[in-house]
Ligand binder design. Structure first.
Ligand SMILES: [Zn+2]
Length: 395
């Protein structure tokens, strides 16, 4: 840690000039943990960044996160200095006793508080969620900044691989999903913007990076993409289906089981099942999965001229979510029940393709029977046809 109490009980941070005074401080000062009040050791070496540490066998909750990596210490200090140079009120490792959290940085701007966590080692998605919700419950906005560039760039342009750990730290900003990062070794900050999934791990995104000194608060903003880069969506969907059939377990996979029980097979799905929609990152499940369940639970028996409400569709989908047939993604920094927005966007597309008509605020009327191909070639042609229409419509 970089912040401790001195013997007068004042907070003391090892940043800037203080770091040159370490030999004197070690001789003349005593430091205590702001959380447990135990005496701390001031550690310093030729290479290591000066920092405070608990004694062995300490029971303090802070020791759970120690020892800190040099990357984490350096990154915290850099981000702290960055905030100060941008005239933000910032404290390092401020202990919030009511929620027992100690964010790396606590920033105040225009009466709002932000907890910045600079996360260098992967932690569980559940911890990201728990800590984020604790901050939110105290009216503090959490901001996660990942250490380094832990996502992998694939050979194709603008394609990256993400883990659920990284997904859980994404924010929803300016009509898009983004992830912030900082790499202390190079002093570069980066933003991955417009993150849109192809599959649960493979995403389309834009990577922007700058030296941190060139970044001015607030973060630069980028326009949200209005049209999908989905020219190769039919191919990507086909890849996903092939993988699913090859490696999926028919006994355990509720999607495959349900498709076969309908007397169909995954290569002969309706072209309206598996459409790319806005907010589809809300699900870990592929759009083909949740849209298939919408068809089998809600649309299969609906005749033309009949109405269906989104409320009912959401209700049926929520059942599938609670029994594990559909998996939602943990996105603590996004809206609650964001997946309902992707259902709404799905019906907007079905309307655009003239299968449904708006019949009220929350109501859709089926005007055309949902088509099912009778052989694989037909399925492929319809798929391409529908996606061409969507691409043309989105301009
Ligand atoms: Zn302590």
């Amino acid at each position: 840690m970089l912040t401790a109490l001195n013997k007068e009980g004042e907070l003391f941070t090892l940043s800037g000039d203080m770091r040159n005074r370490v030999p004197q401080l070690r001789k003349h000062e005593r430091f205590f943990c702001p959380v447990c009040k135990e005496p701390l050791i001031l550690k310093a070496g030729h290479v290591r960044i000066p920092h405070f540490s608990h004694r062995h066998h300490s029971q303090c909750i802070e020791t759970a996160s120690e020892p800190e990596s040099p990357r984490h210490l350096q990154g915290k200090l850099d981000l702290f200095e960055w905030c100060r140079s941008n005239q933000l009120a910032v404290s390092l490792e401020h202990y919030l006793s009511d929620i027992r959290q100690r964010p790396d940085l606590l920033v105040e701007k225009a009466g709002r508080q932000f907890a910045v966590e600079f996360q260098c080692t992967p932690i569980s998605v559940q911890s990201v969620e728990r800590r984020s919700l604790q901050y939110l419950s105290s009216g503090i906005i959490p901001i996660w900044i990942v250490g380094g560039q832990p996502f992998h760039k694939r050979r194709a342009n603008d394609m990256f691989e993400m883990t659920e750990y990284l997904w859980s730290q994404t924010m929803r900003n300016n009509g898009q999903t983004m992830l912030a990062g900082y790499e202390p070794e190079s002093g570069r900050g980066f933003l991955l913007t417009n993150i849109t999934p192809y599959t649960s791990r493979k995403v389309f995104a834009r990577l922007h990076q700058w030296p941190i000194s060139k970044i001015k608060y607030p973060f630069p903003s980028f326009p949200a993409r209005t049209n999908f880069p989905y020219k190769n969506w039919p191919d990507e969907k086909m890849n996903w289906i092939q993988q699913k059939v090859r490696y999926g377990n028919l006994m355990r996979d509720s999607f495959l089981r349900a498709v076969y029980m309908e007397g169909s097979n995954p290569f002969l799905l309706s072209p309206l099942i598996g459409l790319p929609v806005k907010y589809m990152e809300s699900f870990i499940s592929h759009p083909a999965e949740w849209q298939f369940f919408i068809w089998s639970d809600c649309l299969k028996k609906l005749g033309t001229g009949k109405n269906i409400s989104l409320k009912y569709v959401n209700y049926k989908l929520r059942e599938r979510i609670s029994n594990g047939d559909i998996i939602c993604r943990t996105l603590p920094l996004h809206d609650e029940n964001q997946w309902e927005k992707s259902v709404r966007d799905y019906f907007r597309l079905l309307e655009e393709l003239f299968y449904f008509q708006r019949a009220g605020k929350d109501l859709y009327r089926m005007i055309q029977v949902i088509p099912w191909p009778s052989h694989v070639e037909e399925a492929k042609l319809w798929d391409i046809d529908i996606h061409d229409t969507l691409i043309n419509n989105s301009g």
